[in-house]
Design a protein around this ligand. Structure first.
Ligand SMILES: Cc1cc2nc3c(=O)[nH]c(=O)nc-3n(C[C@H](O)[C@H](O)[C@H](O)COP(=O)(O)OP(=O)(O)OC[C@H]3O[C@@H](n4cnc5c(N)ncnc54)[C@H](O)[C@@H]3O)c2cc1C
Length: 272
């Protein structure tokens, strides 16, 4: 089936084109879109691209960082101000993939992918969208819950507060093929500490549900407490609550449930 490629100068024009054509897909780095086309996905008849430099902009000077949807993981790794995001960016694919894959595309990546999105979920990121309705900002959790209905919407950027210190934000990805295979499980934690207690804990999990999710029961176990052995033990015993992992070639649902507590313990106790 022929595919039409439409390239626009501005993000606004690209968003308009997406909003009127259900068979149109935005092309970020193309690492997933091209695979779908090569595999004969006939639901895509139009590819929409935008040459808008705003989509590739990074604003990391202040306490809040904004990253254009078209920023690649290789770019993230070059930014010292984004050091807290280097571990998730480095965990994605190989060098070629990090040169092409974008932050915006990662928001739509199905399991066992979406590692960067797990990090953004733990960081309580906001997603800036442009659609037929105009522009709006939505919390990442809300965005993920309606992700399947977002095909006519353009993601412009994501933004989040910088963590107070490098140890405040932690990330861990478990793979079978090291260092950069698909995720068996992915964990990210934002653990701001005030007077020795965690205040505002956010834990996010990848490959433990159809999309990245928060581990709310484990968050409750941590909130307001010192991050000591007893807190970590209670959090680890609560970590599978609300999860719904599935079997795939990388691991069974049973295996994922068995190992997630172990890796949460390691993440929370600061082990490598
Ligand atoms: C071999 C291989 C290994 C991989 N390894 C990993 C990995 O380790 N971890 C991981 O997380 N991912 C991995 N991926 C998946 C993928 O490469 C990444 O998730 C990447 O971030 C996707 O970004 P992209 O720009 O290439 O997306 P694209 O292929 O361009 O797009 C993917 C989807 O997102 C939509 N989209 C893209 N940008 C926007 C936007 N701005 N607004 C609206 N919709 C948009 C597209 O329309 C499409 O539906 C891998 C993929 C391959 C092929």
């Amino acid at each position: 089936m022929p595919v039409t490629v439409k390239t626009f100068a501005s993000a606004g024009e690209a968003a308009s084109a997406l909003s009127v054509d259900r068979a149109a897909r935005y092309f970020g780095g193309g690492t997933l879109v091209m695979r779908a086309l090569n595999e004969g996905d006939i639901s895509i008849s139009t590819i929409v691209r935008a040459n808008d430099s705003a989509l590739r902009r990074i604003d990391a000077a202040g306490p809040r960082v904004t990253i254009g949807a078209g920023v690649t993981f290789a770019r993230i790794l070059m930014e010292r101000e984004l050091a807290f995001l280097h571990a998730p960016a480095r965990s994605i694919g190989g060098p070629a993939l990090r040169n092409m894959g974008t932050v915006g595309g990662n928001l739509f990546a199905p399991n066992p992918y979406g590692d960067f999105t797990v990090a953004l979920l733990a960081l309580d990121a906001t997603v800036a969208l442009q659609g037929g309705f105009g522009a709006r900002d939505v919390p990442i959790e809300e965005f993920l819950q309606s992700r399947e209905r977002q095909s006519g919407t353009l993601v412009l950027s994501v933004s989040c507060q910088k963590p107070a210190g490098l140890d405040t934000f932690r990330y861990r990805k478990i793979t079978r093929v090291r260092p950069n295979g698909g995720s068996v499980i992915t964990l990210a934690a934002h653990l701001p500490v005030s007077s020795g207690r965690v205040l505002g804990a956010r834990l996010a999990l990848g490959s433990m549900a159809p999309m990245p999710i928060r581990a709310r029961a484990a968050e409750r176990a941590i909130e307001g407490r010192p991050l000591d052995v007893s807190t970590i033990t209670v959090a680890a015993s609560a970590i599978t609550e609300g999860t719904s992992p599935t079997d795939d070639a990388l691991g069974s649902a049973w295996y994922r449930r068995e190992i997630i507590g172990v890796h949460l313990r390691r993440l929370l106790s600061g082990q490598e």
